[in-house]
Write a protein that binds this ligand. Structure first.
Ligand code: CP3
Length: 346
């Protein structure tokens, strides 16, 4: 039997001399081949919902760089779209959605198990990818965590401080809780269907977890993650889950144990040395090179890759950026990161 894939070995807790590597937003605008396919699709959502093209852009960074994992090309906002909120993307600005702030808005949302017809193209993309990926490349599915998705649904767009979502939480806790509950259930259904379609690992992106403080973090970042992971583990034992409570700071400590996640992804606001001591003691971690190095490159990039790798060398580790690569990044710096990692770690 073939050896388990490199990514899955780290997720099972194995300490590897050369850790697996992939990159958040590895399919994206910094790649000319992505920009060409996106143009062919017309707009971003058509790209997400056209399986052949979504599979193509997922494969592009695998062909170019030979990453150890491919992440499904889709977006965390496909869930509100599938629940019946209107979603569109304004080029150069980002997402726009119809807002969900009143009981009437909430009443119009579909039930959690009614999302699959709308999301069928995403599942088809995963089936294509399982056929087309190299044998040693793991396939990662993903969803946004309930809090992060709710911040976009409540504000109707991205916000610097998630103000509208915090306001609804303060003003109508019952409605806010109902929205988090609906998203929790929809996310379980969505990720479970992704696994049925071929995802070997799933990742939960809680990009705005850092704006939840104290009990709010426990109730709205940790608890939904715990519920989602428990349901997935019951339905799909053995499928690993990566949790990314971005900018959780001290709340990264114990998050894997409390949520049931197999791996915690770290953003670059925490140091690798601190995280090795406080987070990696509980199991595999992913991260956490600052994405800016993909723009600036040079010796700083090389030094940082070596420092992070060395800090995490005592335990299971998946090398990644601390957040998504940006459109102004230079693909040559991505190659330099991969070469440095694969050389140094020997
Ligand atoms: O990582 C990957 O390569 C997989 C695909 C993926 C995308 N978005 C594609 C995308 C993933 C995992 C996401 C997650 C996502 N989407 C998050 C969580 C992770 C994070 O970055 O914090 C969030 C908050 C979103 C919502 C979203 N989608 C925003 C705010 C934007 C606009 C900002 C931007 O970068 O333009 C998007 C658009 C988006 N999603 C793009 C890509 C490649 C760019 C769209 C384009 O091609 O014009």
């Amino acid at each position: 039997m073939a050896e388990p894939k490199k990514l899955l070995r780290s997720l099972a807790g194995e300490v590897q001399a050369v850790p697996p590597i992939w990159m958040m937003r590895q399919a994206g605008r910094y790649l000319p081949e992505y920009r060409a396919t996106r143009e062919q699709a017309g707009d971003f959502l058509s790209l997400c919902y056209t399986p052949d093209l979504a599979a193509e852009v997922t494969l592009q960074p695998i062909r170019r760089f030979g990453f150890d994992a491919a992440i499904l090309f889709a977006d965390i906002l496909l869930i509100p779209d599938a629940l019946g909120a209107d979603l569109w993307f304004v080029t150069g600005e980002g997402p726009r959605l119809s807002t969900t702030t009143t009981p009437e808005d909430f009443g119009k949302l579909k039930h959690a198990d009614a999302i699959h017809d709308h999301l069928a193209p995403v599942y088809e993309t995963l089936r294509i990818l399982r056929r087309e990926l190299p044998d040693d490349t793991a396939l990662i599915g993903f969803a946004g965590a309930p809090w992060t998705v709710a911040t976009y649904m409540i504000a109707g767009r991205g916000t610097p401080d998630q103000g509208p979502a915090h306001a609804l939480k303060a003003e109508n806790r019952q409605l806010f809780n109902a929205l988090i509950g609906r998203l929790t259930n929809a996310t379980i259904e969505y990720l479970s269907a992704q696994i049925d379609a071929g995802a070997e690992v799933v990742k939960l992106f809680d990009s705005w977890a850092g704006s939840l403080k104290g009990a709010d973090f426990d109730n709205y970042a940790l608890e939904p993650a715990r519920q989602i992971i428990a349901a997935l583990k019951a339905r799909h034992p053995g499928v690993p889950v990566i949790a990314f409570p971005r900018e959780a700071g001290d709340k990264y400590i114990g998050f894997a144990k409390a949520s049931g996640a197999d791996c915690v992804a770290l953003d670059n606001s925490v140091s690798a040395e601190w995280a090795a001591e406080n987070v990696q003691v509980d199991g595999c971690v992913q991260g956490n090179l600052a994405p800016g190095h993909m723009v600036t490159g040079g010796q700083d990039l090389v030094d940082e890759v070596r420092r992070i790798r060395s800090a995490f060398s005592g335990g299971a580790h998946i090398f990644n950026l601390g957040h998504g690569i940006t459109p102004d990044a230079d693909p040559d710096n991505v190659s330099l990161m991969i070469e440095t990692l694969r050389e140094t770690a020997r």
